[in-house]
Design a protein around this ligand. Structure first.
Ligand code: GDP
Ligand code: MG
Length: 382
């Protein structure tokens, strides 16, 4: 080996040794330069941040004269969900809504008890309304063959499919798919934020997500993307393909098909936005494409003969009928629904510190093996 090459090797050796020494002795250095960290920064780069002016425009106290969107929280719950409802509402109020006072709409297929109403009413200064769901929006529709549906529930329960034996869960999924936005209490609103019992909002939300949706013309916002259990939706994709073939006019140019299919639409890859969190535009569900889509799926009976979830149904519709830029990943919103958490990252503009987040950024679900964030990134990279 000639002399310059020897020097080069020596310098390289010193640099590598120094890197390892620093990695072991200085935790910060090790974390910043670890391969997984560099890779995750790279992966997160496609996620647009909320622009700074949304933060500076947000009210600092109970301001009532700042611009607001025409929006509401919507919370489907049973009376027995009360303690979990309180947990979720407390977080939403503390981390966001005490400055905005967006209204709350609670829905139930049974009347809410006085106890329920009283316990949630003290948690906010915002208006609250309690709505009863009409039977025809909730119960198994008359065109469903009752025996076939009962048999299918028995079979799915034997197969240990989660909520496989539950009729009420199916009614709930069908209601969330095709009826919540038709409830009379939601008619006056354009945007909604769906909340479920026992969820956590882990960071301060110092911008108004509704105003962001409105100004940026976003239609569907999510925090977690995940795989569905295939056994709950065996024939859903065939129905989707049949619908798409019959109604090609509803398929958007530049859609997000690659989020839900790895085969350009031939098969479903089971990815969906986790709909227990949604911030979305009600007019999308009320529009022609989704109305026709829901009616078509409903007639197939899959909500009751199988166990079609509102998450894949909403997600497939958003992915096919919307241009991909209408769908937004709310990276800044730290959110947990058991067992998964989206926790903002400390990389780049450090959303975690900015949001005073209480979640562990190293345990965010985003690039967990079961997450569909890679498929979402693929859509955005295209
Ligand atoms: N009113 C009512 N709400 C329900 C019923 N079943 C589920 N929900 C609500 O529907 C949402 C989803 O139910 P959840 O039990 O959280 O299901 P999971 O998140 O899929 O495990 C929650 O907001 C529940 O409160 C029901 O039978 N009646
Ligand atoms: Mg839930």
């Amino acid at each position: 080996m000639n002399t310059p090459a020897r020097y080069l090797l020596l310098v390289l050796g010193i640099v590598v040794s120094l890197h390892y020494l620093l990695s072991f002795t200085h935790e910060e250095y090790g974390r910043a330069t670890s391969f997984s960290n560099i890779a995750s920064q790279f992966r997160g780069q496609g996620h647009a941040s909320i622009p700074e002016d949304y933060y500076s425009a947000a009210p600092t106290s109970n301001a009532t004269n700042t611009e607001r969107a025409n929006a509401t929280f919507v919370f489907l719950a049973r009376n027995s969900d009360l303690s979990g409802v309180i947990q979720s509402m407390r977080d939403a109020e503390d981390r966001f809504n005490h400055k905005h006072n967006y209204p709350w709409v609670f829905l139930n297929e049974e009347p809410f008890t006085d106890e329920f109403k009283k316990r949630v009413s003290v948690l906010t200064k915002a208006p609250i309304e309690f709505g009863l769901i009409p039977k025809e929006h909730w119960e198994q529709p008359s065109f469903i063959d009752v025996d076939r549906a009962t048999e299918s529930r028995k079979k799915m329960e034997q197969d240990n499919i989660i909520y496989g034996g539950s009729l009420s869960y199916r009614n709930m999924c069908r209601f969330n798919s095709g009826f919540f936005y038709r409830h009379e209490l939601l008619q006056k609103y354009r945007y909604y934020w769906r909340v479920e019992p026992d969820v956590h909002f882990h960071c301060d939300i110092d911008f108004d997500p509704f105003l962001f949706m409105q100004r940026e013309k976003k239609v569907y916002g999510f925090t977690i993307a995940i795989y569905e259990f295939e056994k709950t939706i065996p024939t859903l994709w065939n129905a989707v393909k049949e619908f798409a073939k019959a109604h090609p006019q509803y398929i958007a140019n530049d859609n997000a098909m690659d989020f839900v299919s790895d085969t350009a639409g031939e098969t479903y890859n089971l990815c969906h936005f986790w709909s227990n969190f949604e911030i979305a535009d009600l007019d999308f569900w009320r529009g022609d494409a989704y109305s026709a889509f829901f009616d078509f799926l409903d007639q197939k009976g899959g909500f009751h003969y199988e166990r079609w979830g509102d998450a894949p149904v909403h997600s497939i519709a958003a992915a096919l009928f919307l241009p991909r830029q209408d769908i937004h990943f709310f990276n800044e919103i730290g959110y947990e629904h058991n067992p998964y958490t989206h926790c903002p990252s400390t990389a780049g503009d450090d959303k975690w510190t900015k949001g005073r987040c209480a979640c562990d950024p190293n345990r965010s679900f985003d690039y967990d093996g079961y997450s569909c964030m890679r498929q979402w990134d693929r859509v955005n990279a295209a």
